[in-house]
Write a protein that binds this ligand. Structure first.
Ligand code: C2E
Length: 279
């Protein structure tokens, strides 16, 4: 228990203390983690539904903490956003993913796209757009081969600066996808306001489409609407063949999920992945 003065006392139980200690360890560990090379990227394949072929990969960050083990990005990204470290970490992710894409092209895996998650905090950095151009140039990539995944949270963080950055990137040929559509407070209003070319349907939405559920009709209708608006749709979290078949029938463009491939280590990616998923 801790005395707060004015006769107020707060009690911490063991669970709270553990949680606080873990948060402190993560905060303290984040700063040297880049320098100590504790981050790595996993790559999850994304497939085209029309022919079952590979469209590209999504880069997903992993942190191997020396004491705490593997920490999920769900846990450390919000902390990195809070203390601003997401800016150097995000730049490292983009450079590493672009280096991987350039390496894959050389290795015979050509014509693929690389999707990279971008935090709203990165978008507020006035040098972000220039950083993107520099990295793409550094690896001699085409701008169309890079897709930046943004979330609607972007609208809550200095949205003018973010919309300006997205508009510049989009005008310069970068692909922009709105991630996590269907989770939380997604709104069509935000979708119309942002110059995106692609919508990623959240896995919480996809989970129940193979059952007789409301989601089934909602997802089918969203895909139809997005096609009318000329937007591409990626369904995330596809785990069952039934979901794959339904999404194909409804005209969804791309799929990602454990059915098609887990996030993988770069060493296991090879040209055998160029074959059709359905073969
Ligand atoms: P996200 O962008 O929605 O990424 C998809 C997440 O779903 C990944 O979790 C992936 O492993 C998981 N997933 C993929 N297929 C399936 C499936 O079939 N079923 C289920 N249940 N899950 C599936 P992960 O890697 O833990 O990443 C979580 C989130 O952390 C990401 O969600 C993204 O928002 C964030 N994140 C990951 N890497 C980065 C990064 O480099 N920068 C930033 N800013 N955020 C990142």
């Amino acid at each position: 228990a801790k005395e707060l003065g004015g006769n107020r006392t707060v009690f911490y139980n063991a669970e709270d203390t553990n949680r606080m200690n873990r948060r402190i360890a993560i905060e303290m560990g984040l700063r040297p983690a880049l320098f100590l090379r504790q981050f790595h990227l996993s790559y999850q394949p994304i497939y085209r539904l029309s022919d079952g072929r590979l469209r590209g990969f999504e880069a997903l960050i992993r942190w191997q903490h020396p004491e705490l083990g593997l920490i999920s990005p769900h846990e450390f990204i919000p902390i990195a956003e809070y203390n601003g470290l997401i800016i150097p970490i995000g730049e490292w992710v983009l450079r590493e993913a672009c280096k991987m894409l350039a390496g894959m092209t050389e290795y015979g895996l050509s014509g693929l796209t690389m999707s990279v998650n971008i935090s709203p905090v990165q978008m507020q950095d006035p040098s972000f757009v220039q950083t993107v151009w520099n990295i793409i140039h550094e690896f001699g990539l085409s701008r169309q081969s890079v897709e930046l995944d943004i979330t609607e949270h972007i609208m809550m963080h200095s949205s003018e600066q973010s919309i300006m950055a997205i508009t510049q990137l989009r005008a310069g040929g970068i692909r922009i996808a709105l991630d996590g559509f269907g989770a939380g407070f997604s709104s069509l209003h935000h979708l119309m306001e942002l110059p995106v070319h692609c919508l990623k349907l959240d896995k919480s939405f996809i989970r129940r489409i193979d059952l007789q559920s409301a989601e089934r009709h909602v997802v089918e209708a969203i895909i139809g609407l997005m096609r009318k608006l000329g937007l591409e749709v990626v369904a995330e979290g596809v785990e069952y063949k039934e979901q794959y078949e339904l999404l194909k029938e409804w005209g969804c463009h791309y799929v990602q999920g454990y059915l098609l491939g887990m996030p993988m280590d770069p060493t296991v990616i090879d040209t055998s992945m160029l074959g059709s998923f359905v073969d």
